[in-house]
Design a binder for this molecule. Structure first.
Ligand code: MN
Length: 714
């Protein structure tokens, strides 16, 4: 336990003007009134408030907060009254102690009252002064550190759950990451001990095998920054078992695949240096796609700023790197606490965290359904929502970025379908306007209106999107019918036949279609392969281009027949080894390729730039050098294009005709997005090699209706 003089010394070290006398008196008072009370651990009770005060000194908090920490349980657990605290320690401390006491009482009631009502009171109680929350968080942190001494498993689990659902998110929201991480990890240890133990064991094993790589990586990064003349302080750490576990859950991956368990921080002088440091990293190391986040240009809702990126760093280790300035770092480390640091009484009312809290309270005070509110706030407290009102005062909860169209659909599907305009707080606004917390929204409807494809570009709720899509689907059916008809006619002619409704009737069932019209639409939409239909009706007669047999299900049945892709002899492979061509990147003869060995399944071939290779980045033993044979074979292979086309009459026909003209055989076609102006689609084309496909791409790019063509890589 921290001794009296040690506590005072710690405070004096960062705040020479601290009221030493007040801290001393609070310490003595706490020891006296808690008397012989004991903690579950068998320690004297007063050790607890002293430890709580000690935790808060790490954040350099002011005298009133430290004194409150020492006294925080006196009113709740001893005969002391708030009046006595006020007489002995002044009004400011009394108010803070009162706030913490109220929070503790709410905790005790939690089983009798509804959790939502409880949460509402909780927010109200801490809103008076956010220092109350800081003390409460430190209180909870110490209680979690000593949780193991509580005998009742039920009680331990209840406290751990509450910590995970309420306190850890609150700590995150006010930017106190250390608190958040420790709270989560302690709760995790209670709630899922086995999972945590296995992660810890695994981390230990990795550390034993590879030695501690963290200092080595720091050294390498330091050299890199030095070479670029960037002054930087670099630190690194392993992530907590809880955050590793969460990542495993989110991505549904095994520990083996999860290699980014180390995070590094680069603290530099200026914002410009942040971006220079980022540039240095990105040019030296391969970037992990999708990991770069610029929270400097676009800070998190809690005010956090930093650059985040992921790279395959020194030694091929996949690492996360955060880059920030000293100021940003200070904020990230201290969060809200930074505002109560000694000599730094920034008006807390101006902070983001305070505004966020006020916003929540306003909503609650306006009578939102507390249960529903809690459901959405508990774990996702921070994905800021927009709470809006109908003219009757009903609360509609929407995700951030929602528009009046989302609002209209949230009220009722019919209102959404027929909305023509919206008033926000009495003023007419465009339908694409982003709604803000507290907006009152009135939707103007017209029976004549129907959903516009345009809306799909700005709505954010699933419900609105689903309704709009449904409507557009109906309207698009006619276009799919036209396209399907054209594709079928062409395919049948190529096989020496002719397409009519009659000839396909016998195969309808085979393709799971109820009518000829359905089949034609399914082909136009890309759900049924035109080649399959043509082959089913006119078997045997292969077309000049000989459509390859390779289909999606080849991966499961690699050696269906001798003509299969498995038969090709790639350079670098032992004859007879099963070969599959990856569906993600569709490798074509003439391209640089690489093989990945999968036990029991042979070799999967990817293009060298395929994103999926990332998953195998740290398994060099599975990589195998392969190359196409020089003389090739006569077979065609499927290349996939991502094409964006103007949404105008005849556009689709023009494209299919052009591809045919260049000897490409459309195997499949699927729309991925469609707006009033453009549609995006994936087209699978059987080609001879990469040059053949490149020729087709060039030809497509020359078409007026084609906005963009790329090889699809996914
Ligand atoms: Mn306590």
């Amino acid at each position: 336990m921290l001794r009296q003089y040690e506590l005072v010394e710690r405070v004096k070290a960062y705040d020479p003007d601290a009221n030493e006398d007040l801290i001393n008196r609070a310490y003595v008072y706490s020891v006296k009134v808690h008397g012989s009370q004991q903690r579950a651990s068998g320690d004297p009770y007063f050790a607890h408030p002293v430890e709580v005060a000690g935790i808060l000194t790490r954040y350099r908090l002011d005298t009133a907060t430290i004194v409150t920490a020492l006294l925080h349980d006196t009113v709740e657990d001893t005969a002391t009254t708030i009046d006595e605290i006020e007489k002995g320690f002044g009004g400011e401390v009394a108010k803070l102690v009162d706030g913490v006491t109220k929070l503790s009482k709410i905790e005790l009631q939690s089983r009798e009252e509804s959790q939502a009502e409880n949460f509402r009171k909780f927010l109200l109680a801490m809103s008076a002064d956010l220092r109350v929350l800081l003390v409460k968080l430190a209180d909870r942190l110490h209680n979690m550190r000593t949780l193991k001494y509580i005998a009742s498993e039920d009680k331990r689990r209840r406290i751990a759950r509450e910590t995970l659902e309420l306190y850890a998110p609150l700590a995150e929201r006010i930017g106190m990451r250390d608190f958040q991480e420790e709270l989560q990890d302690l709760a995790f240890a209670e709630l899922n001990r086995d999972a945590r133990d296995s992660i810890v064991r695994r981390l230990e094993f990795l550390a034993e095998r590879g030695g501690d790589v963290v200092p080595r990586i720091i050294g390498t990064l330091e050299e890199l920054m030095k070479a670029e003349s960037i002054e930087a302080k670099i630190s690194g750490r392993k992530k907590t078992p809880f955050s590793i576990w969460k990542k495993m859950q989110q991505k549904a991956v095994e520990f083996e695949q999860l290699s980014d368990i180390m995070a590094f921080r680069v603290v530099v002088k200026t914002v410009a240096d942040c971006y220079r440091a980022l540039g240095a990293l990105h040019s030296k190391y391969r970037v992990v796609p999708g990991r770069f986040k610029d929270y400097i240009s676009l800070p998190k809702p809690n005010g956090y700023r930093s650059l985040h990126t992921g790279v395959f760093g020194p030694g091929g280790h996949r690492i996360e790197v955060q880059i920030r300035t000293e100021d940003m770092h200070q904020f990230a480390e201290l969060g809200l606490a930074a505002h109560w640091q000694y000599k730094q009484h920034v008006a807390a009312k101006d902070t983001e965290a305070y505004r966020w809290l006020r916003g929540l309270l306003d909503i609650l005070e306006q009578g939102a359904d507390a249960e529903e509110f809690l459901e959405h706030t508990k774990l996702e407290m921070f994905q800021d929502k927009a709470f809006c009102f109908t003219p009757h005062g009903d609360l509609i909860e929407l995700p951030r970025g929602a528009t009046p169209v989302d609002f209209a659909y949230a009220v009722h599907s019919e209102i959404g379908d027929h909305c023509v305009g919206a008033k926000i707080n009495g003023r007419m606004v465009p339908l694409r306007t982003t709604l803000k917390n507290g907006d009152q929204v009135e939707i103007v409807t017209s029976k004549a209106q129907t959903p516009s494809p345009e809306w799909e570009r700005f709505v954010v709720t699933g419900k609105a999107r689903a309704r709009i899509r449904r409507f557009i689907r109906l309207r698009q059916r006619q276009e799919y019918l036209d396209l399907g008809q054209a594709m079928l006619e062409k395919a049948f002619v190529a096989r020496g036949g002719a397409f009519t409704g009659k000839v396909v009737e016998p195969v309808l069932r085979q393709f799971g279609q109820a009518s000829v019209e359905d089949l034609v639409a399914a082909v136009g939409q890309g759900n049924v392969s035109v080649g399959d239909v043509a082959r089913a009706v006119i078997p045997g007669a292969e077309t000049v281009q000989a459509p390859p047999k390779k289909k999606k299900d080849d991966a499961k049945k690699p050696k269906k027949d001798g003509k299969d892709t498995g038969a090709i002899q790639l350079k670098g492979l032992i004859p007879g080894m099963a070969v599959h061509f990856a569906g993600c990147c569709h490798p074509l003869p003439g391209e640089r390729i690489v093989g990945i060995v999968t036990t029991g399944k042979g070799v999967t071939v990817h293009t060298i730039d395929c994103d999926s290779l990332e998953a195998f980045a740290d398994m060099p033993e599975r990589w195998i050098d392969v190359a196409w044979p020089e003389d090739g074979d006569d077979q065609t292979r499927v290349g996939r294009l991502h094409v964006t086309v103007s949404n105008e009459p005849g556009a689709l026909g023009a494209i299919t005709t052009l591809i045919g003209k260049y000897d490409g055989n459309i195997q499949n076609l699927r729309f991925t997005a469609r707006t009033t102006d453009f549609f995006d689609m994936l087209i699978d084309i059987a080609v001879r090699d990469v040059r053949h496909l490149t020729t087709i791409i060039a030809a497509l790019r020359g078409q007026k209706v084609v906005a963009a063509v790329e090889r699809a890589r996914s």
